[in-house]
Design a binder for this molecule. Structure first.
Ligand SMILES: NC(=O)c1ccc[n+]([C@@H]2O[C@H](COP(=O)([O-])OP(=O)(O)OC[C@H]3O[C@@H](n4cnc5c(N)ncnc54)[C@H](O)[C@@H]3O)[C@@H](O)[C@H]2O)c1
Length: 339
């Protein structure tokens, strides 16, 4: 049994707790939170789990092998660092940290101590996102030209973390995973309407190596609930709609034939409109798969798909987007990862 300690059992932490609690190879030993109500909930629902307001109890417990950090982002670095220093494997929620340098420090520390460090980039464990990747790798779209993703809703409005840092880690991690090449430059626009200094909406443009563009639109101030990724390739186009549980992916046989002549009137008529294919996607809870992946990595001493360095890349892009947003959209160039 892999014994686990939890730091932060709020809105999201309690979902993680349920999943790790149900995992046959994991035992949640201790859960820490600062709010007495959260601790009371843990004691009521999970009588065998020790509930404490002091997470250092977890760090000092030699029985506990792995720590899950699900506090707000600003607290991730310090708790994850202390857990790694104490020799624990760590699962840390997104965003990994709120500063790139700090994220890099954690990734290095985990490597030096040969510990597992996994970041909660949930969508990388989504069966539909895996299917998108498989379709791309099989050449279904030809060359990928660009993608755009939308994560929109009305609420839940956070007080400290803005919509960029709250939602875009998902879209950035998916774009990076699907495109497969490093990000080179970022430009971003956003605005705060409800609370001063906390952006409610952000539009982020990322240039990836290989001239592939990604555009991300995130907002908690929008009339629509949208979670969609659209990919445009040289041969076909593909859409992932996460609000459509039964048929989340559609592949459109639409495009521009390579032999297109630009001189003739026929140009317009040459566009291709073909069939729409709906690939089968296994139905499974991404969170359950994500938690199982962490347990596999801890047991097998293997590197998670969303390891510390993957977290660093996402935080670097977020940081660049934040900087760009503050300068009214100036493009920020990214350095190569120091891995
Ligand atoms: N992967 C996803 O889809 C997803 C979804 C929602 C939230 N999240 C992430 O999960 C994290 C938590 O988000 P949330 O919505 O649960 O926030 P939340 O505010 O509801 O819960 C955070 C909890 O952490 C506790 N906490 C803070 N500092 C602590 C400390 N030093 N010791 C012990 N407990 C402490 C707070 O008391 C609170 O109960 C964030 O990083 C967020 O971005 C991820």
């Amino acid at each position: 049994m892999i014994k686990i300690g939890f730091v932060g059992v709020g809105g999201w932490g309690r979902n993680l707790l349920r999943n790790f609690f149900d995992h046959p190879e994991a035992e949640v030993k201790t859960a820490a939170d600062l709010v007495p109500e959260r601790l009371r909930e843990v004691r009521e629902r999970y009588p065998g789990v020790e509930a404490t307001d002091d997470y250092r109890r977890i760090l000092e417990d030699g029985d506990i092998q792995a720590v899950v950090v699900a506090t707000p982002g600003a607290a991730h670095y310090e708790i994850a660092r202390q857990a790694l220093e104490a020799g624990k494997d760590v699962f840390v929620e997104k965003p990994m940290t709120i500063a790139g340098e700090r994220a890099e420090e954690l990734a290095r520390l985990a490597d030096r101590k040969k510990l597992v460090l996994m970041v909660g980039h949930l969508l990388l464990y989504h069966p539909a996102v895996r299917k998108l990747k498989a379709e791309l790798e099989a050449g279904a779209l030809g060359d990928l030209y660009y993608l755009y993703s939308q994560r929109l809703n009305l609420g839940k409005i956070r007080k400290s973390e803005n919509a960029l840092w709250t939602f875009a880690p998902h879209d950035i991690s998916v774009a990076r995973y699907l495109i497969g090449s490093p990000a080179r430059a970022v430009a971003s626009w956003g605005e705060s309407y409800i609370q001063p200094g906390v952006a409610d909406v952000a539009f982020v443009r990322i240039r990836f190596a290989g001239n592939i563009l990604a555009h991300i639109h995130v907002s908690w101030l929008d009339p629509h609930k949208v979670r969609k990724v659209t990919l445009v390739g040289s041969r076909k186009m593909m859409v992932f709609d996460d609000m459509d549980a039964s048929e989340p992916i559609r592949v459109y046989d639409k495009g521009v034939p390579e032999a297109l002549s630009y001189d003739t009137f026929g140009e317009y008529l040459n566009l291709r409109y073909g069939d729409v294919r709906i690939p089968w996607v296994k139905s499974a809870e991404p969170l359950k798969l994500e938690c199982a992946h962490f347990i596999d990595c801890v047991r097998d001493r293997s590197r998670p798909l969303s390891d510390g360095w993957n977290g660093v890349e996402v935080v670097r892009i977020l940081e660049a987007a934040q900087r760009s947003m503050e300068t009214g959209g100036d493009e920020v160039t990214l350095k190569e990862n120091a891995e």
